[in-house]
Structures are given as structure tokens and as C-alpha cells.
Design a protein around this ligand. Structure first.
Ligand code: BGC
Length: 844
């Protein structure tokens, strides 16, 4: 490494990220970590060392020195404490084969405020009010500005304007956190909007998750009954002087043109009220014991717009726009008319079997947006504080003729970088994969939700536990899920119990049920999955106490290491449930003990990684004891499983709970249980995600493909043949005769069953992490079924990995791309194995 000889490098350093974010403004941590990719055409590129430089506007702040290390993902900042509210730029160079690269192009990050000092201000809304309020204050930028930052938060949801320019390009600010403990603030760069002179800053605030209707028991005011806004504006002038403006009683408020806004029910906007003349003084509101913290997730943004593909009249007479796919977001439209004319839109995911607009599955959610025109020039409106899960929109009122060209659907979700793709020769599987991706887009709106349409949309722990590994392949979910896990640990009960939903609104609904198997296990499985996929050890450090507390909680509930107490959803909505029941036939104590073992095993591994060898030893012992107890309780001495259900066999196999000698019998029985159901799965939330893995890991690849490729109900592809564009909550949300599953729980956008994506990525295309963050990669595609080719590509923390296999004229070939600074084990279908470094390879 000593060779300082520079030359035109065959490798460069690119894709710089800080805390896995590109140039983050308002970074939530003060001990940031840096990552980069090495782009290299030298096969087997390994980083020998790196050097980082960090600068502020006065010059060099830190030079890491030449560090001998292969670490290129989440490398620690080790300089002096950073200053708050300061922009830093940084660059990195790396050493490969004793040659140093050039410096990378610089990247930047900006730290956030040290503490929140701005008061919260409120108006006079009552608990029952669903109107929005506008707060305002004049801002006098006295001299030419060098920079201006606006930090803002609310009890409720906010959007901010300077003059008539909307400065919040993010939606649903300040996001949904565990509001009892913390409310978050965002940072906006408003330098370009505040030229010297006088400007009016206005903030619209609506009820949102804080005060509005929330949860399926029709409650509201769950966190408070008054909306409030808080802001801190920091101006830095070119002469070096600064000015800070905080919210306070010198701000004014009045009613907003948003005369009604609720997340579940929609929004009503009266454009005639856009220029109010009666303003009152705002009052200061104590925000309670909650802290105000920097936003630590990914902002929610408008992602794309879709034009309608059709306008038609239903047999029932509704005029309906079809946007071609089921999405989460809202409709933006333009309209011309007279003052007091109205546009009224209702939203639905599907049509019923007669082709009529179907809203019963929305339960009490009204999903209706209304716009009242001011008249005159063309008016354009998109709701501010509501979202809907929909494909179809009934235009109940609209002045003049409805032109589809005047409407567009705005797709909204957390701004995650797309990282993983998959395709194969089977069009229905490709459609399934697209549905999986859209299922995640539709349910990643600041928190991971079960569904986006009915009066629920909650952060169900079980759903994300099941889907996490699929999500982490498709998108960079790291900051998104880190924020959610932060709230999980805040909401965890003193005894380690984990709520069913995070943020925990159920505790507020006089429903103190919590800690169900497979749901509470999200406390362990989600951090573990993030570590595996992104190599972020800090997630494990931050969540470690929470993970251990969850295991202690189960331990306290178990007897003889069998977890046989409490209420469980168990194999939720499995098709082997008794008539009218949601809980599948697999005994809850079997599901619970299986998860107890699995999570304990993961905590043992976590303890080892964190260097807590004493803990690791204890958890390994506990794990072994649980496995023994499980085997004693659920396997007969000759190896028959007490529960003759598919899910019992799947969990016993994939969680390694089956005694070695009984594995053949267990897998054979699983295959028989498929045959007994005429080749179908009858599993629910806990069994379905692992079904194909259980088969393919135990020499039953053909059976796994047979299950995957079934098109008749129940199967993954059945809904694809029924034109689904997202993943349904029930395998038979719409039955073959066109009738619906009971409207009381029938979402057409639920990602849980999309967890089969994990099998497509890891087994069909063959990409999995062997070492955290894909530092070592396994490429082991297992072709099968009628597929003639399949491919996947993933932007790992190190760079692009890709795998594509195909059969041409009966002969197999595999093309692989391995990113620099990683290595890979390649296992061909004929079991030949290769160990390779970075580069491109073809195998026949
Ligand atoms: C949600 C599920 C959730 C379940 C728990 C449902 O209402 O939509 O996805 O996990 O309740 O029972």
C-alpha cells in the first residue's frame, strides 16, 4: 500500500452515501458512517485501504489517514465531534493492488439542530374538528442571504408555503412516529425562496394520524385533541450574521380552505376560502412529554403519475376512471367552472362481478375527495393530507364534460431507492413479481402498513416481519425500517412485550392484546434481516436490548420452553382454518414455540456478532433447549408431527426444528399434504412465505416449482389470472365465480403473501447474501418448472450483482456479475462450485 504512484486508475470510487443516503440534509445522527462503491474492470478487485477527507466551508476538518481496511460500507467517522446544523463535504480514495485511486467526486451531508427550541403553536380546533388550520408569519430577510434552513414539525400533518410556492416537496410531514414518545421534524433548504425582502410563510396543518380518525374501532384524538405547528427558521446572511425565527404567539392563524381532511375519509377543499381576511393570534401549546427529534426515516414523496387508461359508465350508472393498476396515492385534476361548482371523487380498488364500483371492503373509510371551485381560470387540485388505495375513481360530480386527460393518479410512497429487479421467461410470474413490487410501494408510506385502503393502514408487525427480506431486495429499505424499529423499541412494554402494530394505536383502543408469535418476533427478525441485507451492525447494536427483551418476555410466558399461553394470530387466514375462522389449523403453541426457537437462535447470532460471547452462549443453550422441548412436544418418537398441517411441517423444516432422522419423513409428509389438497397450498401468514424454501432446501425443487406455477385457486398465480396488479390479503379475495371474500377483511393490496418474492430472488435467480451486506455472495440459481431463463440484479451496498441463467437448445448457461470488493460462491445446478472475486463470469 506504500506505493504512492498515481496513474490513470482502472478503478474509480462512486456512489458515495452517508448513512446510506445520498447527500442527506438534516442527518439524524452525529456519528455518521460513509459508504462507496468501487467501479473496476480489474477482476477480483479488493480494497486494501481507504482515505476519507471531510471539509466544512473553512477547509479540512478530518482526514482519516490511510486506513488499511477492506471496509467500504458504513465506515465510521472518527474525527472530533461534528458541529450541529452544518454542511460538510467529503470525498474518499481507495487503494487496490497497491495503487491509489483518484479522489472521488465530493458528496455532502448536513447535520441537524442540537435541540428543539421552537414552541408549538395552536389555533382553536375542537376534538371533533377535521378542518385544517393555516398559521402564518411575515419573514423579513433583512440582507442578502447566504443560506436559509427551515426546520418544522407538527402535532398533525403540515405543508408549508412561502408566498404561494409550496416548499414541502415531501408529503405527510412530519411522518408517523410513536407520538407518545417522539414527534419528528424535517429540514428544508429555503435559500432560493427567500430573497431579501418580505415574505409570508404559511403552514397548513391537518389532523392526520395525530388527531384524526385512526384504527378500526372508529376512534380519534388518540395522541391529542389539538393540532399544533412548530418551526425554526435559520437565516445566514452573506455578511456572516444570522437570524433565527421561531414559532410563537406572534404568529397568526385562520381556517384553511381545507375544510375537511382525514386520512381514511378524504379531503374537502373550498377554493373560495383561499384568501381569508380574519386572522387571530396563535396560542402556545405544551407539546407534552414527547421529544422533538430529527426525522430518521425516508421522506414520503410523489413518485410517479399515471394517466387513466379508460373512462366508462358502470351498470349502476357511476362514471368511472380506470388508472390501470392498484396504487396508493391520490388523484390530481384540473377543472374549469363557476364558483361553488364541485368535483367529487370516490376511490375503489376493484369492481364487483357485475362491473359495479365496489367500496364495501373499505369498511368505514369514505375515501372521498371534494373540491369546491372558486371559478374563473383553470383550477388544479390534488389533496394535501389524505391518501387512498385505488385503481378506480368514480367521478360523482364534475362541472362540464369529464375528459380523462384532466386527471392523473399520483403514486406516493417513502422515497426508497429501487435496488433489486427480477424477470424470467414466465409472463405470469413476471406479473406476480410486479404485483409484489407494487404491494410494497403501496404499503411503504412512512411506516410499513398492512394495507392502504380501509380503516386500518397500521404498522402490523407480523406483515413486515414476513415480507422484510423481499422488501430489502427490492428497495433500500434501511433508513425506512430503522425509523420504524426505533419506534418499536420505544413502544415495547416494560416486560419486553411487543405491540401488534407500531406505532401502537391498539393500546389506545382499550385493546391490550400484544405479543403474538410471528408478529412480536418482528423485534428480532426485522433488525436481523436489515443486518444481513445491508451489513449495518448499528441496527443490531441499537435494537439489541429490544431483541433480548422480546426473548425474555416469551421465556416468562412459556412453560418448559413450550410457548403455550397468550393470544396468537398464528397461521393467520390459512385456508385450513375452520369455517368462519381466521386462524389456520396449525396449533398456536406449535407456531409460537417454533418462532421462539427461531428468534432465540437469531439473538444468539446477534450477541456473537456484537462480541457479547457470554450472552451468545446463554442464547445458544436456550435455543437448544427450546428445540429439544419442541421435538418432545410436537414429534412422536417415530417422527410423526402432532399437527398434520402444511405449516407445521414447513416451520419444522425451515426453522431447523426437525430431528435429523425425521427430516425425510417430514418432507415426505409435506409433499403428501400438498397432494391431499390436490396440489395446493392451504397455508396462511406463517407457512406461506417459507413454503417453497421448505421444499427446495429438502430436495423437492420440482414440487416447489409446481406450487409456484399453479394457476388455479388457491395459488399465488390465481390472483394474477384474475388481473390483480397488487398482492391480495386473501388468496381468494375475488373467487372464481366473481364473488368476494367477506367485505370485513378483504384488502387487494397486502404485501404479506408477496413474501414468495424472496424465493424468486434467492432460488429462481439465485442471489443471496452469504456475509452481511453481500460482502460474500451466494449465486446458486435452481432452474425448474417450465422456466427457460431467469435473471435478477441487485444494487448491493458494494455495487451491482447480477445473475442470469438460460437454457438454449437444452444447454444451460449462467452469466454472473460480482461487484468489486466482494467475493462469491457460485453453485451450478449440477452442483459444481466456484469461488470467485469481482468480475463477470459465464458458466455452461
Ligand atoms: C391486518 C393483517 C394483520 C392482522 C393481524 C389484519 O386486520 O390487515 O394484515 O396482520 O390483522 O391479525
Amino acid at each position: 500500500m506504500g506505493n504512492q504512484f498515481y496513474r490513470e486508475s482502472m478503478f474509480t470510487v462512486q456512489n458515495l452515501t452517508c448513512e446510506s443516503l445520498v447527500n442527506p440534509l438534516g442527518l439524524a445522527v452525529m456519528n455518521p458512517r460513509f459508504s462507496w462503491h468501487i467501479e473496476s474492470d480489474i477482476p477480483g478487485t479488493v480494497q486494501q485501504g481507504y482515505c476519507i477527507e471531510l471539509m466544512d466551508e473553512d477547509g479540512l476538518v478530518w482526514n482519516s489517514g490511510e486506513i488499511v481496511s477492506a471496509q467500504s460500507v458504513l465506515a465510521d467517522y472518527t474525527g472530533q465531534p461534528l458541529a450541529y446544523a452544518t454542511r460538510y463535504t467529503w470525498r474518499v480514495k481507495v487503494c487496490v493492488n497497491d495503487i491509489w485511486s483518484n479522489w472521488s467526486k465530493p458528496a455532502w451531508f448536513e447535520t441537524t439542530l442540537e435541540k428543539w427550541e421552537a414552541p408549538f403553536i395552536c389555533a382553536d380546533d375542537r376534538p371533533e374538528d377535521s378542518y385544517a388550520v393555516v398559521f402564518r408569519r411575515e419573514i423579513h430577510a433583512e440582507k442578502p442571504l447566504k443560506s436559509a434552513r427551515l426546520y418544522a414539525s407538527a402535532l398533525g400533518l403540515y405543508e408549508i408555503f412561502i408566498g404561494d410556492k409550496q416548499i414541502t416537496d415531501t408529503c405527510f410531514n412530519p411522518g408517523w412516529s410513536a407520538y407518545d414518545f417522539r414527534v419528528l421534524f424535517q429540514t428544508f433548504d429555503v435559500t432560493d425562496m427567500l430573497t431579501s425582502g418580505i415574505h409570508t410563510l404559511t403552514a397548513h396543518v391537518a389532523a392526520g394520524w395525530f388527531k384524526g380518525d385512526l384504527g378500526f374501532e372508529k376512534c380519534r384524538n388518540l395522541y391529542g385533541s389539538t393540532m399544533a405547528f412548530s418551526a425554526h427558521l435559520h437565516l445566514v446572511y452573506t455578511d456572516g450574521s444570522c437570524q433565527t425565527i421561531l414559532t410563537g404567539d406572534d404568529w397568526q392563524f385562520c381556517a384553511s380552505p381545507i375544510i375537511y381532511s382525514e386520512i381514511y375519509h378524504g379531503e374537502t377543499y373550498d377554493a373560495r376560502l383561499e384568501s381569508p381576511d380574519t386572522w387571530q393570534s396563535a396560542r402556545i401549546l405544551e407539546p407534552g412529554s414527547r421529544s422533538v427529534e430529527p426525522f430518521d426515516g425516508l421522506p414520503v414523496r410523489r413518485q410517479e403519475v399515471l394517466p387513466p387508461i379508460a373512462l366508462f359508465t358502470t351498470p349502476g350508472g357511476d362514471r368511472v376512471l380506470d388508472f390501470g393498476r392498484n396504487i396508493t396515492g391520490r388523484v390530481r385534476f384540473s377543472v374549469n367552472g363557476q364558483a361553488a361548482d364541485r368535483v367529487k371523487l370516490r376511490h375503489a380498488e376493484v369492481l364487483d362481478h357485475s362491473g359495479n364500483f365496489y367500496t364495501e371492503n373499505l369498511r368505514s373509510a369514505k375515501c372521498t375527495d371534494t373540491y369546491i371551485l372558486k371559478g374563473g381560470a383553470t383550477e388544479v387540485y390534488e389533496p394535501y393530507f389524505t391518501f387512498h388505495g385505488f385503481r378506480y375513481v368514480a367521478v360523482d360530480e364534475y362541472p362540464g364534460e369529464i375528459h380523462p386527460g384532466n386527471f392523473e393518479a399520483v403514486v406516493i410512497h417513502s422515497d426508497m431507492e429501487r435496488t433489486g429487479t427480477f424477470a424470467c421467461s414466465h409472463p405470469l410470474i413476471n406479473q406476480l413479481h410486479s404485483n409484489i413490487v407494487w404491494g410494497w410501494k403501496g404499503n411503504a408510506l412512512d411506516i410499513p402498513t398492512d394495507c392502504p385502503q380501509r380503516d386500518e393502514r397500521l404498522g402490523w408487525t407480523g406483515d413486515i416481519q414476513i415480507f422484510a427480506s423481499t422488501a430489502c431486495f427490492l428497495y433500500n429499505t434501511l433508513p425506512f425500517l430503522v425509523k420504524w424499529l426505533h419506534d418499536l423499541r420505544l413502544e415495547q412494554r416494560p416486560d419486553g412485550g411487543v405491540p401488534h402494530v407500531i406505532p401502537d394505536v391498539l393500546k389506545k383502543l382499550n385493546n391490550d392484546s400484544h405479543s403474538a408469535c410471528g408478529w412480536g418476533d418482528a423485534a428480532v427478525i426485522v433488525p436481523w434481516t436489515l443486518y444481513e441485507c445491508f451489513g449495518d451492525i448499528r441496527v443490531l447494536e441499537d435494537q439489541y436490548d429490544s431483541m433480548c427483551a422480546w426473548i425474555s418476555r416469551i421465556h416468562s410466558q412459556a412453560s418448559g420452553n413450550i410457548w403455550n399461553t397468550g393470544n396468537h394470530f398464528a397461521d393467520w387466514v390459512a385456508l385450513d382454518a375452520k369455517e368462519g375462522d381466521y386462524i389456520g389449523a396449525t396449533p398456536p403453541d406449535l407456531c409460537a414455540t417454533a418462532y421462539y426457537a427461531y428468534s432465540t437462535g437469531l439473538v444468539a447470532k446477534t450477541a456473537e456478532i456484537l462480541g457479547r460471547s457470554g450472552d451468545a452462549e446463554q442464547y445458544r443453550k436456550l435455543h437448544a433447549d427450546i428445540v429439544t422441548a419442541y421435538q418432545r412436544e410436537f414429534f412422536t418418537p417415530s417422527g410423526r408431527l402432532a399437527a398434520q398441517t402444511q405449516t407445521a411441517h414447513i416451520l419444522s423444516l425451515v426453522f431447523a426444528l426437525t430431528p435429523q432422522a425425521f427430516i425425510p419423513r417430514t418432507i415426505d409428509t409435506l409433499v403428501k399434504l400438498i397432494e391431499q389438497n390436490s396440489g395446493h397450498m392451504v397455508t396462511g401468514f406463517l407457512g406461506t412465505p417459507y413454503f417453497c424454501h421448505a421444499l427446495s432446501r429438502n430436495n423437492k425443487l420440482n414440487e416447489a416449482y409446481a406450487l409456484l406455477l399453479r394457476e388455479d385457486y388457491p395459488s399465488w398465480l390465481y390472483q394474477v389470472t384474475m388481473s390483480a396488479t397488487t398482492v391480495w390479503e386473501h388468496l381468494d379475495g375475488i373467487k372464481p365465480d366473481g364473488s368476494m371474500w367477506s367485505a370485513n377483511m378483504n384488502s387487494f393490496n397486502h404485501y404479506a403473501y408477496g413474501a414468495v418474492g424472496d424465493w424468486l430472488h434467492k432460488v429462481v435467480a439465485g442471489i443471496s447474501p452469504l456475509e452481511a451486506g453481500y460482502k460474500r455472495i451466494l449465486i446458486a440459481p435452481q432452474p425448474g418448472g417450465s422456466l427457460t431463463w431467469a435473471q435478477a440484479a441487485l444494487k448491493t451496498p458494494y455495487g451491482m450483482v447480477a445473475s442470469r441463467w438460460e437454457y438454449t437448445d437444452g444447454s444451460f448457461s449462467l452469466k454472473v456479475t460480482i461487484p468489486a470488493n466482494t467475493s462469491a460462491e457460485i453453485v451450478l445446478p449440477d452442483k459444481r462450485r466456484f469461488t470467485v472475486g469481482s468480475g463477470e463470469y459465464t458458466y455452461q
